[in-house]
Design a protein around this ligand. Structure first.
Ligand code: SF4
Ligand code: SF4
Length: 373
């Protein structure tokens, strides 16, 4: 296979390429064929899965009578406010970046607000891109917070707080609306963080965390929740979440006086820019073997698609954020937030493919970290 067909933005030919050596640019911007969901799905269906070398995810689920996957009670409504981001992280499953113009409109937000007011979900989870870059972000948070939802998460990449004067007061805004801040921080060292997320990201993230701590986020006993997300910096699975949390807490406190509540360890799913990295570094097959070998049937019972619905920037509904990026809409008569009907939506089969192995490997993985603790 000519890897340059897939990875046009890096001059790479060697196996042990780290995420760090890739030039950070969205797949869309570099006209990479993996910018198309179909190309990703083809890659995930062919080769080692088509020739029977590895079982498909459906075959694996059948063995434990978990196929077809069905939802349990809805707990989390995750809304993607757009793919625009001030960063271009090497592993990004959204293929987000400054060049992405897909942004949720106020009209679609109004549909979402109607649903938020009536849903049985106890958690609202706003994500992106950088959700704060949506021009209607603050209005939406203000309106959504009136619904009194139990846990209101905003996934903030931290650097956005330092990116421009207009964002400097975000820690106060988050505090005023009792938002639960969840932020990516792939490592407690500058080198590893910057290589995955871009030059200068570590220093700006540290400043942003200190500012969040200063208004009370992440402090012991504080109700202002601040959690961090760790994901591996290469083609390997995350280590034990509790051990990582202890290591992060110790290092960030000693080096920078930073505190936070929980650490979520997330497995990189083989889609979008991480799939591109796997192919370019010739790690794709090894990584899929790792995921399949580490399949954990307990994690399969607790997959986040069983208790979550994902809404895209244009209002379409998906089983999860990963399926959204692969353009796999829910298998339901109701596919758009404007037609939302929770009872109908709950009566559906969840769409799966081989990327799903990322959610069932080891202790399992979800936007809330490991699932099989
Ligand atoms: S901050 Fe998040 S959304 Fe933005 S590029 Fe990085 S991983 Fe993607
Ligand atoms: S990627 Fe994970 S959360 Fe999404 S449908 Fe597959 S198993 Fe479920």
């Amino acid at each position: 296979m000519n890897i340059h067909r897939f990875h046009s933005n890096a001059n790479v030919t060697y196996k042990n390429l780290t995420l760090t050596k890739l030039k950070l640019q969205s797949l869309h911007k570099s006209n990479n064929m993996l910018a198309k969901a179909n190309a990703q799905l083809e890659k995930l269906s062919n080769g080692i899965f088509a020739n029977g070398e590895l079982p498909t995810f459906a075959e694996k689920l059948r063995k434990t009578e978990d196929f077809p996957l069905r939802p349990n009670a809805l707990e989390i409504l995750q809304i993607n406010l757009g793919y625009m981001c001030n960063q271009v992280c090497a592993h990004c499953h959204v293929d987000a970046g400054p060049d992405r113009k897909e942004i949720m409109t106020r009209k679609t937000m109004e549909h979402c607000l109607e649903v938020i007011a009536n849903t049985s979900a106890h958690t609202l989870d706003l994500t992106g891109g950088a959700p704060e870059m949506n021009p209607n972000f603050r209005w939406f948070v203000e309106e959504a917070s009136k619904a009194g939802i139990e846990d209101f998460i905003v996934r903030s990449n931290l650097t956005i707080i330092r990116a421009n004067k207009k964002y400097y007061d975000l820690p106060y805004f988050f505090k005023d609306h009792k938002v639960h801040v969840v932020s990516s921080m792939p490592h407690w060292t500058r080198g590893k963080t910057d290589r995955q997320r871009g030059s200068g990201v570590f220093d700006q993230s540290i400043k942003a965390l200190q500012e969040l701590n200063a208004v009370g986020f992440g402090m012991p006993g504080s109700s202002l929740q601040l959690d961090l997300v760790y994901n591996p910096s290469g083609a390997f699975l995350p280590g034990d979440q509790s051990n990582l949390e202890l290591e992060f807490k110790k290092a960030l406190l000693e080096d920078f006086g930073i505190q936070f509540h929980q650490l979520f360890a997330i497995t990189n799913l083989p889609i979008s820019r991480f799939l591109d990295y796997l192919i370019a570094s010739e790690n794709y097959e090894d990584y899929m073997y790792q995921l399949v070998t580490a399949y954990n049937p307990v994690a399969a019972k607790k997959l986040m698609c069983r208790n979550t619905l994902s809404v895209s920037w244009d209002g379409f509904l998906y089983d999860c954020d990963f399926n959204q990026m692969l353009e796999l809409k829910v298998a339901s008569k109701v596919q758009h937030i404007s037609q939302y009907n929770e009872a109908l939506l709950q009566d559906r089969n969840i769409i799966i493919s081989q990327h799903c192995y990322g959610c069932t490997a080891g202790a399992g993985s979800s936007c809330q970290g490991t699932v099989a603790k």
